[in-house]
Design a protein around this ligand. Structure first.
Ligand SMILES: N[C@@H](CCC(=O)N[C@@H](CS)C(=O)NCC(=O)O)C(=O)O
Length: 191
């Protein structure tokens, strides 16, 4: 699948034709149906392709996976999302107030995550789940992209999250997701 960039007005307009919400990701099925919203896409993929399972069997475990997705989506992504658009301008034009708000809100969101994230190598329990699929790419952005704003590094402040981030990079599937995200971000930022 060719990823669609949305870093300029023209490509964003094209993308809105695909996904009226205008945010990535969106899944386009072979029959042309479009499904936006990352958490909904993961739930759909789990229902459509249940083997191997990426949701635990027990109710509590499933709730924990959904909690990780929700914390990522509502708090971490939203703290950073608007600031992705800042970097199309040269640094001297960046709105410093907006940047400080982004860093403070991301820090707060990582604090929430730190309260709930698992400590057995994965976000929930000791096996891979959708929670890792959600968190690995977003923590890469916190670790490698956010420093362009020259704030203090946020991950080391949150011990459980920092430990998780170190561990999850050792998982071969997550390592691949992280590398693909790294390449995509690099390309979107103009190489
Ligand atoms: N709730 C959405 C959030 C997605 C989101 O905010 N994506 C950001 C990038 S991480 C985006 O597309 N921003 C583009 C824009 O706001 O123009 C989801 O989980 O799919």
């Amino acid at each position: 699948v060719e990823p669609l960039g949305i870093h300029d007005a023209e490509s964003k307009a094209d993308y809105v034709d695909v996904n009226p919400i205008g945010r990535v990701p969106a899944l386009v099925l072979d029959n042309g149906e479009v499904l936006p919203e990352s958490e909904v896409i993961c739930e759909y993929l789990e229902d459509a392709y249940p083997d191997p399972p990426l949701l635990p069997k027990d109710a509590w475990g499933r709730a924990q996976v959904r909690l990780m997705s929700r914390i990522s989506d509502i708090y971490i992504v939203m703290a950073m999302a608007e600031r992705f658009n800042v970097v199309v301008d040269p640094p001297e034009k960046w709105d410093q107030k907006l940047i400080q708000k982004c860093l403070a809100e991301t820090d707060k969101a990582l604090e929430y995550l730190d309260e709930f994230i698992g400590d057995q190598g994965y976000a929930v329990g000791s096996t891979l789940s959708h929670a890792d699929g959600t968190l690995a790419p977003i923590l890469l952005l916190v670790d490698e992209w956010l420093p362009i704003f020259r704030g203090e590094p946020l991950l080391p402040k949150h011990q459980r999250v920092a430990k998780y981030w170190k561990n999850i990079q050792q998982d071969p599937i997550c390592a691949r997701v992280i590398e693909e995200t790294r390449t995509a971000v690099h390309t979107a930022m103009g190489g």
